[in-house]
Write a protein that binds this ligand. Structure first.
Ligand SMILES: *Cc1c(COP(=O)(O)O)cnc(C)c1O
Length: 410
């Protein structure tokens, strides 16, 4: 077998994207033992770093090993007891995923929907809460399937009034769009690394309020074999997943350092680097960089006589949906971009399958040169496929956005 060699792709889809070089380097550190002070010290640093990423004071801010949906599953399976009502506002594919995971945890799931390309008004969610009286409201912030960003800032207050736990999946949006765990009154948030944080998939940072943790600790059952005689099993029912049992995960990350899984050390180093990278740039600066790159891509697309998808006033900064013109074969265009130009853009699914491409500008790739290369290459491929447009306008429009943003980002 030959050594692995991969083509040097530029990943401009809805994630994963190319990693920051420093993040790749962080994953190549030699391992230390699970309870080595160097390891537990690193775990504590990660907790502190992600408090800043999530903009929270929550003590309970840790990693769940696994891709983003591991974080979703841990949060939901630990707080849902069979029969509990969960409300999910669905505005894209990942809302359906929240329903699916909550259903498997035994919840009585209620959902409300808006057409793909739209978001909810807080009044719509409040009306559903009044009607359903759920234990948990689970809502995606940025749904890459539709490129929409659901405003969350008014929902925490509503949840408090009706005594509802407020959970959000902010995987696709954190780092590229504003997010404020405490100010917005969230009880639980989960994310992943492979979008604006610029890492690979495989670690799911989560943050949990005291209220959430108190609730799941009523289901604290330590597994036999590591349990000490002094442990009193909690009164609540045992959480249905061992791997995603948050009270046991917190025992491992907390002072008792009670063994649960073996922390995925290389992903821990990687998650640490993603957070440091973001915080060194500054969250505000990172959001601005994503906004500028996203605006430049959008302006370029529009200047190429292509139609963006969805309600643009609620578009995420870091991804745009593009209606595939009737005269071209969407998959053939993607194929040529990939094979001739080494650029990947995204396809889509559900009701949008075959209707839109999705082009991301996130993390390491929220850069002027990446935006310009993508627009220029797309123009060439579309021109050869017969799409009519004024040549050169896409790149010029993007350059115009960068000029008026007053900065060119390396
Ligand atoms: C991309 C994305 C995920 C990814 O989940 P994985 O398990 O890492 O594949 C989850 N949620 C949202 C909202 C996303 O956009």
């Amino acid at each position: 077998m030959k050594p692995l060699t991969l083509p040097p792709r530029l990943l401009m889809g809805p994630g994963p994207i190319n990693c920051y070089p420093r993040v790749l380097q962080a994953m190549s550190h030699q391992l230390v033992g699970q309870y080595d002070p160097a390891m537990t010290g690193c775990m504590n640093e990660v907790m502190s770093l992600y408090r800043d990423v999530f903009d929270t004071q929550n003590q309970h801010t840790v990693l769940v090993d696994g891709t983003s949906r591991a974080g979703i599953e841990a949060v939901l399976v630990s707080c849902i007891e069979p029969g509990d009502k969960v409300l999910v506002p669905i505005f894209g594919r990942f809302g359906h995923l929240l329903c699916e995971i909550a259903e498997r945890a035994g919840a009585d799931v209620h959902s409300i929907e808006v057409p793909w390309g739209e978001v909810f008004e807080p009044e719509q969610i409040e009306a559903a809460i009044k009607q359903v009286r759920p234990k948990v409201l689970a809502v995606v912030q940025g749904d890459t399937s539709t490129t929409m960003l659901q405003p969350l800032e008014h929902l925490g207050e509503i949840c408090r009034r009706y005594d509802v736990l407020f959970y959000s999946d902010a995987t696709a949006s954190i780092g590229g769009n504003p997010f404020h765990t405490d100010d917005w009154g969230l009880d639980a948030v989960s994310v992943g690394l492979q979008k604006c944080l610029g890492g690979p998939s495989g670690s799911a940072p989560i943050t949990l309020s005291e209220h959430y943790v108190d609730l799941v600790r009523t289901r604290h059952h330590i597994e036999a074999g590591i349990r000490e005689d002094s442990h009193q099993a909690a009164r609540g029912s045992r959480i249905r997943s061992n791997y995603f049992d948050i009270p046991m995960i917190l025992d491992y990350w907390g002072e008792s350092r009670l063994n649960h899984h073996t922390e995925a050390a290389s992903m821990l180093f990687c998650a640490r680097e993603c957070a440091i990278n973001l915080l060194e740039e500054g969250i505000e600066a990172s959001i601005k960089r994503h906004k500028t790159a996203g605006d430049a891509m959008l302006a370029g697309i529009q200047a190429m006589d292509l139609m963006p998808f969805g309600n643009l006033s609620h578009k995420m900064n870091n991804v745009v949906g593009v209606e595939i013109p009737d005269c071209v074969d969407g998959e053939a265009i993607r194929q040529q971009l990939l094979l001739d130009f080494n650029i990947e853009i995204g396809t889509s699914f559900g009701p949008l399958k075959g209707r839109i491409w999705r082009i991301g500008t996130m993390g390491y790739n929220a850069r002027q040169d990446a935006v310009l290369h993508t627009l220029q290459s797309l123009e060439t491929v579309l021109r050869r496929a017969g799409h009519k447009m004024a040549l050169g306008e896409g790149v010029d429009a993007a350059l115009g956005v960068y000029a008026s943003a007053g900065a060119s980002y390396e």
